[in-house]
Design a protein around this ligand. Structure first.
Ligand code: HEM
Length: 195
């Protein structure tokens, strides 16, 4: 439970900081939203979090491009027929989350780009009607920490954006590698400048 929650969440926050450093115009819009919704409030309520539309879209876009868990596996418990394909009992079926999330057929030609606004009307619309956005899995075994993680990451990013400018570090090389989760090959240095 600790590793499912810790590694995945830290991964999400790391890529969020890297992508915000890479996209200062998006960072500025997100900061404007945070200042408008939160001002200098010390206590953040769930109502406030609901109003952070762009921050939510940024979190979704990071989870789409860098899903901490890249694939799911299921053991088929009975012979199953889906769209004319027979999947025999005891087969192992893999859901390649990362492939779904980056498919140009599903998301369009800009699937590989960081464009949080694609989520403006929800994940289903962003994926052109396909249920292809599944960073927390799907079905009865969906991640039990999903809501907690989303709340946690929105609070973290809001507080960060309110206090600091996140800047690109010249020592950073963009080289995502797979090591259980998708991680930056040699750390993810960013510069935090106090506002
Ligand atoms: C960004 C954060 C997170 C991501 C992307 C994530 C993703 C996932 C995914 C893809 C699964 C597999 C779901 C499936 O098989 O359909 C899962 C399962 C699970 N997650 Fe998370 N997770 C995150 C945070 C957390 C946190 C914070 C906790 C605990 C507080 C947690 C606890 C669990 C547990 C216990 C399971 C197993 C559930 C089961 O098999 O019934 N996760 N998570």
């Amino acid at each position: 439970m600790v590793s499912s929650g810790f590694e995945t969440s830290s991964n999400l926050l790391t890529w969020s900081m890297v992508m915000l450093a890479f996209h200062p115009e998006c960072q500025a819009r997100a900061r404007e939203e945070v200042l408008q919704v939160l001002g200098d409030k010390k206590e953040i309520t769930s109502d406030d979090l609901g109003k952070l539309k762009l921050v939510t879209m940024i979190v979704n876009e990071i989870l789409r491009l860098y899903p901490p868990i890249m694939e799911l596996t299921r053991l088929v418990d009975r012979d199953t027929n889906i769209k004319g394909y027979t999947i025999p009992k005891d087969s192992l079926v893999t859901f390649p989350i990362l492939m779904f999330h980056r498919s140009t057929e599903i998301w369009g030609d800009d699937a590989g780009e960081f464009r949080p606004d694609r989520f403006a009307e929800g994940a289903l619309k962003a994926a052109n009607g396909e249920a292809a956005f599944m960073p927390f899995g799907c079905g009865p075994r969906i991640c039990i920490g999903m809501n907690f993680s989303i709340v946690e990451s929105k609070i973290f990013l809001s507080m960060l954006l309110r206090e600091f400018a996140i800047e690109f570090s010249p020592t950073y090389t963009h080289a995502p590698v797979v090591a259980v989760t998708i991680q930056p090959q040699s750390d993810a240095p960013v510069v935090l400048r106090k506002l």
